[in-house]
Every structure is written in structure tokens, then in C-alpha cells.
Design a protein around this ligand. Structure first.
Ligand code: FAD
Ligand code: NAD
Length: 465
């Protein structure tokens, strides 16, 4: 097997690996990047970007269906599902080609290998190329950015039925007549509303007592109300025991629920019960790299593993799994290695958005987290319908909930509102700038915008109940 030496080896073309490869190459390092599947990783190929393209189509269908509320007569939209998938695929191909061009034509200093990487020693890796050849790569710096894959729960009968994960669902050509979704997390909620709006019947089966278990009860209740109002069936606190398929192809999940035993029927089944790290096929033990009990690679605050010179970035180490965090992992490592600036990957702000309609934009502490941490707070909660922009656009569902500390600074916000992700980012900026809420109450804000809510939300500040 031929051996090649590089300054840096990146395993996985994820949201950290790609920019790190180009930054290192720009700094004159000889870099090799190994990817076993598509360049661009999950976000580009089967995560954020394709799902948001589908959600945009679903939202368009919803707008047409509700057009009469605005005095526009429209027919029930005809959903051309293969065309929706084709639009998504065009976007994916375009993005993937952009990543390829950046890593190859624009950065000839990077060697891109299409194959599977596994460790043979602390600083050596065997790459099994898709064509079948093998080569040994040695590098003093190795970055593992191999992400996750869908976790498949131990559900009796699952191996005998044709279930889907998001990866397969994104390439489906027929619209499911009735989609059963096991798991009511981010994927369950986004896909649940999306497929309901495409015209499928949807049942979400969630083991927890509420959707969005990390959020405050009022936020969860509001999300559940929105989904239920659109006709998504929610089966919460459900322990799925078995799945089966009859001769006609109908699927049935038998579940123990608070309302007793239930048999939930559907035409398709999406498994959305979380993710599992792609660390098990890396032969980490050959390099002595340690993982936690779930297989997530252990790292320190600089994202270095227990083996010097080997780093883990993105979802393959424990913690929240978002594109923007993986990208920030890249910045942490880049700054330390190329600019001599150390920054901890712990204690970072964690903004995130659930891309339902309305969106849930979240930053900082929830009320339950503030209570658990015994941080004194007051809470301001304002219904979205009090914002002029909401009434004008007819998007009055939701509320803003903002927590303020004893020094009048913002502790956190839950913005359940049209464009909630964008509006949440304003609160992130306010927190970054350490502004006090009275400074915001008299700020001149262009009228009529959603942002005007900032002037008024704090009028409702209350001590917690
Ligand atoms: C359906 C869905 C929707 C999502 N939506 C959002 C969203 O809206 N916003 C958001 O912030 N996040 C979202 N996420 C999460 C987001 O996609 C990930 O957090 C993000 O892509 C970070 O991934 P990463 O950088 O860790 O690696 P990834 O992007 O997962 O890349 C890892 C790469 O490593 C490759 N690989 C694995 N093992 C090997 C090996 N041994 N050798 C060679 N290559 C290997 C894989 O093929 C893969 O390409 C979504 C995820 C899913 C599944
Ligand atoms: N908008 C976004 O940022 C976005 C969108 C999609 C996905 N993602 C990322 O992808 C990751 C994976 O998403 P996900 O929705 O699969 O995971 P998740 O962890 O968000 O939710 C999984 C849900 O499945 C439930 N569950 C687990 N086992 C179950 C079982 N046997 N039966 C019924 N319910 C069960 C859990 O209680 C949980 O509510 C997320 O952690 C998130 O970081 C992000």
C-alpha cells in the first residue's frame, strides 16, 4: 500500500472540514481531505439546505390554500411532488458543485480523495478509495469531521418493514398518503408540518410528554397547537412497541400511550429519533482516541482529542448538533492553529431555529433553565398579534418571550413568530452588546416592521409566577 505524507488530513467534508481545508491550504499547508460520500456533508446534501427548500414549497402551498383570507380566490393547489423533489435536487447539485469547485479548482493545494478513512495508528490513516485501491496517509495534524447518521431505535419488526430516514425521504418520488413519524424533535416537527401541507396525513409518535422537550411548557404547547390546528396528529408519551406491515403494504405501529394501547396506521414510516455519531468505523482504538459511552469523540475546550494533534469537529463530538456550531468549531481551530488565538469551544452562545411556520427562534436561557440555575429573572411575554406588521400580513400566531436579569440585561429569548429565527438574532446581538432593556424601549425602529416589537415587549415584564 503506497504511503503519502501531508501537513494536515481532514476526514469528512462537513461544515468544519471544508472551510478548514481551504484555510490551511491558503496558509501554505499541504492538505488532504477524505470524503466517502458527497462533498458538502449533511447540511448541503441531506440536511439543512434540502429540507429548507422543501419547507419553502410547503409554505407556498399553505399560502395558496389560505389566500382567500386576503381576498384572493385560488384553487386548492395541485402538489407536483416529483417537481418539488427535482427543485430540491437542483439546489443540492448546485451547492455540491460549489463545494467541489472551492476544494479543487480554487484550491489546487488540497488533495480530495473519495473513499473511507480509518486509523491505522495515532497519525496514520488507511483510505479505501471507492475504486477499491488503498493508500496510507500520514499527517501530524488530523481533523475528524465525520458527523452523524440517523439513530435507528430497537423497535420490534422494524427490520422487516420499509422504513425511511430523512435521507431516503428527500428522494421519494411519491407523496406519502399517510406519513407516520417516529420522534417529535426538530425533524419530526419540520417534516410533519411540511408533509401535512403537501397533502399527506401525518401522525407524529413521540415518546416524551411534549414536543421540544428542552423548551418551556408554554412554548411546547404553542408549537403543538399550531401543528394540531393544521391537522397533524400528535401522539405524545407514546411507547412504540412493534411495527408491522400487512399484505396491502399498510404499516401499523402498536404503541402504549397515556390513552391506552393504540394501533397507528400509515403508508410510510419516517424514523426521526435522533442521530448516532460516525465514529464506529474509524478504528479509533488504533490511534488511542477516546469516545464517550454513546460513541461521541471526547475533546477538550480547544476541540483536541486525548491524542495530541488530532481534533474532532462538528456533530461527531458531544453537544448540540447544528451547522453553525460545526462552522464555529472550524473558526476555533483555525484561530488557534493559524493565528495563535485560543478560544474555548465551551460556553458559546447557542442560537437555533426550528423552521416550522411560525418559526421558533431561540437564544440564551429558557425560563426552566433560569430556574434550574437559580438565576433571578423577570419575564416579558407579548402575543405576536400586538405587532402591527403581524396584523397587516395576517401572520398573528405566536408570541415573544424574553427573560431579563436583575441588571436589566437579556438572559434569553424564545421568538415563536413569523421570521422568528431572524428576530431572535436581534436578541442575540442585544445580548452580545450587553444592552439594557430600557435602552431598547425608546429606540427608533422603522415602521411597520416586526422589529418594532422590541419597543413594546418589555412593557409586559413580570416577576415569575
Ligand atoms: C434533516 C436534517 C435537517 C437539518 N437541518 C438543520 C438546520 O436547519 N440547521 C442546522 O443548523 N442544522 C441542521 N441539521 C444538522 C446539520 O446538518 C449538522 O449539524 C451539520 O451538517 C454539521 O455536520 P458536521 O460538520 O458535523 O458533519 P457532516 O456535515 O455530517 O459531514 C460529515 C461527513 O463525513 C463523511 N464521513 C463519515 N465517516 C467518514 C469516513 N470514515 N471517511 C470519510 N468520510 C466520512 C460523511 O459522509 C459526511 O459527508 C440538520 C440535519 C438533518 C439530518
Ligand atoms: N432546524 C434545525 O436546526 C434542525 C432541523 C432538523 C434537524 N436538526 C438537527 O438534527 C438532529 C436530529 O434531529 P431529530 O429530530 O432526529 O432528533 P432530536 O433529538 O431533535 O429529536 C428526537 C426525538 O425523538 C424522540 N424519540 C427518541 N426515541 C424514540 C422512540 N423510540 N419513539 C418515539 N420517540 C422517540 C425523542 O424524545 C426526541 O423528541 C437534531 O439534534 C438537530 O440538531 C436541526
Amino acid at each position: 500500500m503506497p504511503t503519502f505524507s501531508y501537513d494536515a488530513l481532514i476526514i469528512g467534508s462537513g461544515q468544519a472540514g471544508n472551510p478548514l481545508a481551504t484555510a490551511l491550504a491558503d496558509a501554505g499547508r499541504r492538505v488532504v481531505l477524505v470524503e466517502e460520500n458527497h462533498l458538502g456533508g449533511s447540511c448541503v446534501n441531506y440536511g439543512c439546505s434540502p429540507t429548507k427548500a422543501l419547507l419553502a414549497a410547503a409554505e407556498r402551498a399553505h399560502h395558496i390554500r389560505t389566500a382567500a383570507e386576503y381576498g384572493i380566490r385560488a384553487q386548492e393547489p395541485e402538489v407536483d411532488f416529483p417537481a418539488i423533489i427535482a427543485r430540491k435536487e437542483a439546489l443540492v447539485q448546485h451547492s455540491r458543485a460549489g463545494v467541489r469547485s472551492n476544494l479543487t479548482q480554487e484550491h489546487p493545494g488540497i488533495t480530495v480523495l473519495h473513499g473511507h478513512a480509518a486509523f491505522t495508528g495515532p497519525h496514520s490513516v488507511r483510505v479505501t478509495l471507492v475504486e477499491g485501491d488503498e493508500r496510507e496517509i500520514e499527517a501530524p495534524l488530523i481533523f475528524i469531521n465525520t458527523g452523524t447518521r440517523p439513530a435507528i431505535p430497537p423497535l420490534a419488526g422494524l427490520e422487516a418493514v420499509p422504513y425511511l430516514t430523512t435521507t431516503e425521504l428527500l428522494d421519494l418520488q411519491e407523496l406519502p398518503e399517510h406519513l407516520l413519524i417516529l420522534g417529535g424533535g426538530y425533524i419530526g416537527m419540520e417534516f410533519g408540518q411540511m408533509f401535512r401541507r403537501f397533502g399527506s396525513r401525518v401522525t407524529i409518535i413521540e415518546s416524551g410528554k411534549k414536543l421540544l422537550e428542552r423548551e418551556d411548557d408554554d412554548v411546547c404547547a404553542a408549537m403543538q397547537e399550531v401543528l394540531a390546528a393544521e391537522g397533524v396528529e400528535l401522539v405524545l408519551g407514546a411507547e412504540a412497541r412493534r411495527v408491522s406491515r400487512n399484505a396491502a403494504g399498510q404499516l401499523t405501529i402498536s404503541a402504549h400511550t397515556p390513552a391506552g394501547e393504540r394501533r397507528l396506521h400509515g403508508s410510510h414510516l419516517l424514523i426521526a429519533t435522533g442521530r448516532t455519531p460516525n465514529s464506529d468505523k474509524l478504528d479509533l482504538s488504533k490511534a488511542g482516541i477516546k469516545t464517550d459511552e454513546k460513541g461521541y469523540i471526547r475533546v477538550n475546550s480547544s476541540l483536541e482529542t486525548n491524542v495530541r494533534g488530532i481534533y474532532a469537529l462538528g456533530d461527531v463530538h458531544a453537544g448540540p448538533q447544528f451547522t453553525h456550531l460545526s462552522y464555529d468549531d472550524y473558526r476555533v481551530v483555525r484561530d488557534a492553529l493559524l493565528h495563535g488565538k485560543r478560544r474555548s469551544a465551551r460556553q458559546r452562545p447557542l442560537p437555533y431555529t426550528v423552521f416550522t411556520d411560525p418559526q421558533l427562534g431561540r437564544i440564551g436561557l429558557s425560563e426552566e433553565q433560569a430556574q434550574a440555575q437559580k438565576i433571578p429573572y423577570r419575564v416579558a411575554k407579548m402575543p405576536v398579534r400586538t405587532i402591527g406588521r403581524a396584523r397587516e400580513t395576517g401572520r398573528t400566531t405566536g408570541f415573544w418571550k424574553v427573560l431579563v436579569d436583575s441588571q436589566d440585561r437579556i438572559l434569553g429569548a424564545a421568538i415563536f413568530c413569523a421570521e422568528g429565527g431572524e428576530l431572535m438574532t436581534m436578541f442575540q446581538l442585544i445580548m452580545m452588546g450587553r444592552l439594557k432593556y430600557p435602552q431598547l424601549q425608546n429606540m427608533i425602529i422603522a415602521h411597520p416592521t416586526w422589529a418594532e416589537g422590541i419597543n413594546n415587549v418589555f412593557a409586559k415584564l413580570q416577576e415569575p409566577e
